[in-house]
Design a protein around this ligand. Sequence first.
Ligand SMILES: [Zn+2]
Length: 264
Amino acid sequence: MLKKTLLVLFLFGVLLPGGCATNPVTGKNELMLVSSAQELQIGTQYAPEVEKQMEGRIANRTIQNYVSGVGQSIAAVSHMPDLDFQYIAVNHESVNAMALPGGHIFITRGMLENLTTEAQLASILAHETVHVTARHSAAAMSRQIGIDLILSAATNEKTPAGVVNIAQMGTQLIGLKYSREHEHESDTFGLDYMVMAGYDPAGMVEMMEILQQQSTRRKIEFFSTHPNPANRKESIIERMAANVYPQNLKTGRKDYKKYVLDNL
Ligand SMILES: [Zn+2]
């Protein structure tokens, strides 16, 4: 029955918004109910709302250019180098990062303050970039909310009671949870991306350690949407041991901490 359904969906794929498609990152053939055009539409319609709910962009141009520069070096080596990725630093105090389909990636002031090297920053941005290129965020949205609902809410500025508006939908999008498998993919392919961009993969291990330490001090929003960093750290170390990554990769600018704190 499932096979038949899949076959029908495949045959009529041209008429559907999504259809069966090969995942560009994993190479797996999977059912995609969201088209690339819809992904871009969602990203464009909701990026301003997500930004607003994360207390707006950090005003300092230096910090935006810095985050964007590191992000773009990762986007360039990703599976979607032609997508218009945007890496945006937002004012929220939480230790968090998130991705919208279509390539808007947000990192919070709280996260920037708690990292200690540029390679750690690259690891977070690389992880979020994979959520876009492997189409995780689109999959999570279609599974947990429904694409039609997301697209219709974007046009409902003033809505009757019971109908979701763009602000409520924005909150739901920020709180989207990824599956354990998708998180694992983002860690492993994110590791590849940061290495291809020239960064020392040890930065991702350190980033997990920082998140772990933070979790004992305060509730981290990143954990409400991401699995435990201790388990993730172990599989990252395994991946590093199994792969022959080049040696002496960069950690980035030596004065990361001072540079970021001076410009936040
Ligand atoms: Zn993630």
